[in-house]
Design a protein around this ligand. Structure first.
Ligand code: IPM
Ligand code: SF4
Length: 473
C-alpha cells in the first residue's frame, strides 16, 4: 500500500521515538510572531541556549501592529512587544521581516510570499492558523509557547501521529462560490470538532483547479474544523507559484521541483477516513452564530432551536442566537451590519483584493457602514497600490489600511464597538473575537463582505454584482 503525503513527510522528519511513545519530529521551518515568542525567547535566555538553526527561523510582526501609524503604537504594551521581537531577532540571529523591510505582514501571508513555505517540509509556528501553509503540501501546524522554545532550542518537537482524512470535493462550483465558501461548507458538514486528531487532505477537481491562494484559504481554516493541519498535494501550480521566490534555491530548480512533487500522496495511499462532497451543493456561505461551524447558505434561514434534534443542539443554538441577537427562523439575508472587514490570513491576499475590486468599481459602501480593507502584507499592499486596487476600494468608501491582523483578532486598535455586527472575511466568529465583548461577527468570502458593505446588510453577492464571469473556485 502507498503512502499519503502526511505519512511521507512524517517518516522523512522522524528523528526517533521518545520514552513516552511520542515521536521526535524535525521541524524544517519555524515561523514566529510577536505574541507567542517573547516568553519562549525568555526561557532560552534563562537556560543560556542558542537558536539551533537560526536560518530555519523567520519572524514577522502582525497581531499587535496598528494599521494606521504602524511604527508608533499608542498602546505601550504593543510598543514593548514590537521592541522585544526586534531585540530577540537581533540577539538570536534570526531573520526578521520588520516594518522597514517592505516584507512585513501576517506570518501566514509572508511565508508563502517569500517562498519560505515549501512542499514536503514540516512547518511550525506559535499560531493555530499555521495550517495555511499546507496548501503547498507541507505538514504545517500551530504550537504553544513552550513548544516554540523547544523548536528554537532543538529544531525538533515531540508529537503524536495524526490520522488522515481525505476530503474530496468534485464537480463545478457555481458563480460567486469561492474557496471561503468551500471551507465554511466543509466545517458546517463535519463540525468544528470533527477533525480532532486528524490531518485533512483536501483533494478532488475543485482543489486541483484552485489557485495556490485559494488553497491557502481552505487550509487556513482546517483548524476551525478541528484538524491540526490540512494540506493539498503539490502539483505544477505549486511549483510555478514558488519558482523564483526569494527563499527558493534556484540552483537546480528542476530537481527541487521533482523532489517536491514526489511528496504527493500515492494513488493507493491509506486513509483513516474519506469524505466526498459535491461541489454543486456549495452555495455562498455565511455564519449566523459563534462557532465557524454555524454556517448556512446565504439564502437559508437562521436556525430555529425548536427544530433542533438533540437538547445539546437546542442549547447551543439558543446560546448563539442570544449572543448574536438574531431572530430564529428568519432569513440571514438582510441582517444589518455596522462594519465590513476585508483582510486576515484567510482572505487578505492579492487575489482577494483583485477579485473584490472587479465588482466594487462604481459602487458605494452604505452610509451606515464602516468598511476597512487591510492587506495581509506590505507586498500585497504594494501590489494593490501599483494596480490601482486601493483607489477602487477608497472610491467605494473603504478605508485602506497598513498590513497586519487588524480586526481579525483586534489585538490592536481595530476593534468593534459595543454590539456592532461585522461582515468579516476572517476565520473566527467566537464571542468577543473582534475586540468588543459583545461584538458580533458574520464570516463570509471577501466578495460577500463587499456586497454586505454596499447593501448595509448581509446580501447575496450574486444579486448585488454581476458574477457570471467569476472564475471557478
Ligand atoms: C495570537 C495567536 C496565538 C492566535 C492563534 O494561535 O491563532 C491568533 O492568531 C488567532 O487567530 O487567534
Ligand atoms: S489574521 Fe487572524 S487568524 Fe490570522 S494570524 Fe492574525 S489573528 Fe490569527
Amino acid at each position: 500500500m502507498g503512502k499519503s503525503l502526511y505519512q511521507k513527510v512524517w517518516d522523512t522528519h522522524s528523528v526517533g521515538k521518545l520514552a513516552d511513545g511520542r515521536t521526535q519530529l524535525f521541524i524544517g521551518t519555524h515561523l514566529i510572531h510577536e505574541v507567542t515568542s517573547p516568553q519562549a525567547f525568555g526561557m532560552m535566555r534563562d537556560l543560556g541556549l542558542k537558536v539551533k538553526y537560526p536560518r530555519r527561523t523567520f519572524a514577522t510582526i502582525d497581531h499587535i501592529v496598528p494599521t494606521i501609524n504602524q511604527d508608533a503604537p499608542q498602546d505601550p504594551l504593543a510598543a514593548e512587544m514590537m521592541q522585544a521581537l526586534r531585540e530577540n531577532a537581533d540577539d538570536f540571529g534570526v531573520t526578521y521581516f520588520d516594518l522597514a523591510s517592505g516584507k512585513q505582514g501576517i506570518v501566514h501571508v509572508v511565508g508563502p510570499e517569500q517562498g519560505i513555505t515549501q512542499p514536503g517540509t514540516t512547518i511550525a509556528c506559535g499560531d493555530s492558523h499555521t495550517a495555511t501553509h499546507g496548501a503547498f503540501g507541507a505538514i504545517a501546524f500551530g504550537i504553544g509557547t513552550t513548544q516554540v522554545r523547544d523548536v528554537l532550542a532543538t529544531q525538533t518537537m515531540a508529537m503524536e501521529p495524526l490520522k488522515v482524512r481525505r476530503i474530496e470535493v468534485n464537480g463545478d462550483l457555481g458563480p460567486g462560490v469561492y474557496a471561503k465558501d468551500v471551507t465554511l461548507h466543509i466545517i458546517r458538514l463535519l463540525g468544528a470538532k470533527g477533525g480532532i486528531g486528524y490531518a485533512y487532505e483536501y483533494a478532488g477537481d475543485v482543489f486541483d483547479r484552485m489557485t495556490m491562494e485559494e488553497r491557502m484559504t481552505v487550509c487556513n481554516m482546517a483548524i476551525e474544523g478541528g484538524a491540526r493541519c490540512g494540506y493539498v498535494n503539490p502539483d505544477h501550480k505549486t511549483v510555478e507559484y514558488l519558482r523564483g521566490r526569494p527563499y527558493v534555491d534556484m540552483s537546480d530548480f528542476d530537481a527541487t521541483a521533482a523532489r517536491w512533487l514526489s511528496y504527493a500522496s500515492d494513488a493507493d495511499a491509506h486513509y483513516d477516513d474519506i469524505v466526498k462532497i459535491d461541489a454543486a451543493d456549495i452555495e455562498p456561505t455565511v455564519t449566523w452564530g459563534i462557532s465557524p461551524d454555524h454556517g448556512i447558505s446565504v439564502s437559508e434561514n437562521i436556525p430555529d432551536p425548536a427544530t433542533a434534534s438533540t437538547p445539546e443542539e437546542k442549547a447551543s443554538v439558543e446560546e448563539a442566537l442570544a449572543y448574536m441577537k438574531l431572530p430564529a427562523g428568519t432569513p440571514i439575508k438582510g441582517v444589518k451590519i455596522d462594519v465590513a472587514f476585508i483582510g486576515s490570513c484567510t482572505n487578505g491576499r492579492i487575489s482577494d483584493f483583485r477579485e473584490v475590486a472587479r465588482y466594487l468599481k462604481g459602487k458605494k459602501v452604505a452610509a451606515n457602514v464602516q468598511a476597512i480593507a487591510v492587506p495581509g502584507s506590505q507586498i500585497v499592499d504594494h501590489q494593490c497600490r501599483q494596480e490601482g486596487i486601493h483607489t477602487i476600494f477608497e472610491e467605494a468608501g473603504f478605508e485602506w489600511r497598513g498590513a497586519g491582523c487588524s480586526m481579525c483578532l483586534a489585538m490592536n486598535p481595530d476593534k468593534l464597538v459595543g454590539d456592532q455586527v461585522c461582515a468579516s472575511s476572517s476565520n473566527r466568529n467566537f464571542k468577543g473575537r473582534q475586540g468588543s465583548p459583545t461584538g458580533r461577527t458574520i464570516l463570509m468570502s471577501p466578495v460577500m463582505v463587499a456586497a454586505a458593505a454596499i447593501n448595509g446588510g448581509v446580501a447575496d453577492a450574486r444579486e448585488v454584482f454581476d458574477l457570471s464571469s467569476t472564475a471557478a473556485a
